[in-house]
Ligand binder design. Structure first.
Ligand SMILES: [Zn+2]
Length: 373
C-alpha cells in the first residue's frame, strides 16, 4: 500500500495552521504521542482523543490522529497505565498510533475552527474578532559583485524572499561602486591586501516576512563570495500577515434572538443551547469564538456585536453580558466538532495538490460529555 512520511503530512498541515498562530501561553500543540517519522496512509481527524476514538483509529487502520484538543494538556508526573488516561497513551503507543494536536493555532488559522463556525452561521463581511498575531515585512539589501547579482537574486527568491501577493522573485537592483581595503590576515575575493580596491557591484533589495529572516540571511551568506558580505537588514512597518481569534460578521437579514438561536441549533447541529438576552431583540451582527469564549465578551461588545456565540459561558459572565446589552447564544464547547470535516477536507485538498496518497477519515465518535434531558 502506498504511504507518505508523517513529517511530510504535518509540514503540509502547518503550512496552513502553523504553530506560531497559537494564542495561549504554553499551548501543548504539536506531536503529543508517538513519532511522525514513519509511513502513514490513513489519518483520523477528531475533536478529542478518547479510548473510543483510539479504538476507531485502530479499526480504520490509522497511523496518525490529528486532534483539536491536546491529549496531554497538563504536565505528566507519572505514566501509570492503571489509570484511564495513562492507559489511553499506552493504547496509542502499543498500536503505533501517533497523535498530533492543533489547538489554538487551528482556532486562529484562516479556514480553521472559527472560520468554520462563521461559515456554518453564514456570516458575511467577516473580520477577525481579536487580533493575536501579526507579522511585519523586512527588507534585505545586499551588495554583490555585478557578476554574482543574478545568482544572488535566484538564491534569495528560492529562500522565499521577494514574494509579494501573487508575485514571486520580486527584487530591485541598483548598480554602483563598492570600495574596500583588505587588512593583514584577510583573504579577499576581490582586490589585494593593503590596496584600496574599487569593484563594480550591485545592490540587490528584497522584502520578506520576518518569520523567514534566518532562512533568507543564511541563504544570502552562503551564496555571497566575500569574506565579509556587506548588507543592510531593515525592519519595516508594513504588515504582511494579521491573524487572530474569533470572527465577527453580519447575517444577511436581521432576525430575532429567538430565531437566531433556532438557526444556530440547526446550523451547528446541537440538541439544545442556552440563550442570554431578550428573545425578541433584533440581531444581525454576530461574534463567534469556538470553545470557551468567556474572556472575549467585552471584545465582542466593543466590536459592536449584537449577539455572541460561544461555549462554556459562566453565570456571572452571562449576567454581565445581559447588563451590557450583549446577547449570548451558548451552544456548548462541542460545536468545535466542525473542525473534523473542515480539517479532513482541507488536508485532503492539500495532499491532492502534492499528490500524496493519504486518506483523511472523519471520526464518528461522539465526544460530547453533556447530555440534554
Ligand atoms: Zn476547545
Amino acid at each position: 500500500m502506498e504511504s507518505v512520511n508523517g513529517n511530510e503530512i504535518i509540514q503540509l498541515f502547518e503550512s496552513w495552521s502553523p504553530k506560531k498562530y497559537a494564542c495561549m501561553p504554553n499551548d501543548p500543540i504539536g506531536l503529543a504521542i508517538g513519532t511522525l517519522n514513519k509511513p502513514i496512509s490513513n489519518v483520523l481527524v477528531t475533536l478529542d482523543v478518547t479510548h473510543e476514538v483510539v479504538d476507531e483509529a485502530i479499526a480504520q487502520g490509522c497511523e496518525l490522529i490529528i486532534a483539536h484538543h491536546p491529549p496531554i494538556f497538563m504536565k505528566l508526573s507519572n505514566l501509570r497505565t492503571d489509570n484511564p488516561q495513562g492507559a489511553l497513551y499506552e493504547k496509542c503507543l502499543k498500536n503505533d498510533i501517533a497523535v498530533y494536536a492543533a489547538h489554538t493555532n487551528l482556532d486562529v488559522a484562516p479556514g480553521g475552527v472559527n472560520d468554520l463556525l462563521a461559515d456554518a452561521l453564514k456570516l458575511e463581511n467577516r473580520q477577525i474578532l481579536d487580533h493575536s498575531y501579526d507579522e511585519h515585512m523586512m527588507k534585505l539589501a545586499v551588495f554583490v559583485p555585478t557578476t554574482e547579482s543574478e545568482a544572488m537574486r535566484e538564491v534569495l527568491a528560492k529562500a522565499g524572499a521577494g514574494r509579494i501577493g501573487n508575485y514571486e522573485a520580486c527584487s530591485y537592483t541598483l548598480a554602483g561602486e563598492g570600495r574596500l581595503r583588505a587588512l593583514d590576515g584577510a583573504n579577499p575575493t576581490v582586490g589585494e591586501v593593503g590596496e584600496l580596491h574599487v569593484e563594480r557591484e550591485e545592490k540587490v533589495e528584497v522584502v520578506f516576512p520576518s518569520s523567514i529572516k534566518n532562512k533568507v540571511l543564511k541563504a544570502m551568506l552562503n551564496a555571497h563570495s566575500y569574506e565579509e558580505p556587506a548588507y543592510d537588514l531593515m525592519a519595516m512597518e508594513i504588515k504582511t500577515n494579521e491573524q487572530g481569534l474569533g470572527r465577527i460578521g453580519k447575517l444577511k437579514e436581521p432576525m430575532t434572538l429567538k430565531e437566531f438561536a433556532e438557526f444556530v441549533k440547526v446550523q451547528l447541529d446541537v440538541p439544545a443551547l442556552r440563550v442570554v438576552g431578550p428573545l425578541d431583540r433584533s440581531v444581525q451582527k454576530v461574534a463567534v469564538v469556538g470553545g470557551d469564549g468567556n474572556k472575549y465578551i467585552k471584545t465582542a461588545k466593543f466590536a459592536g456585536a449584537d449577539v455572541f456565540v460561544t461555549g462554556d459561558i459562566g453565570f456571572h459572565m452571562a449576567q454581565d453580558a445581559e447588563v451590557n446589552g450583549l446577547s449570548i447564544v451558548d451552544p456548548g464547547h462541542h460545536v468545535e466538532k466542525v473542525m473534523i470535516k473542515g480539517v479532513a477536507d482541507k488536508m485532503t485538498q492539500l495532499c491532492a495538490v502534492k499528490k500524496l496518497p493519504v486518506t483523511f477519515i472523519e471520526s464518528n465518535v461522539h465526544t460530547e460529555p453533556f447530555k440534554f434531558i
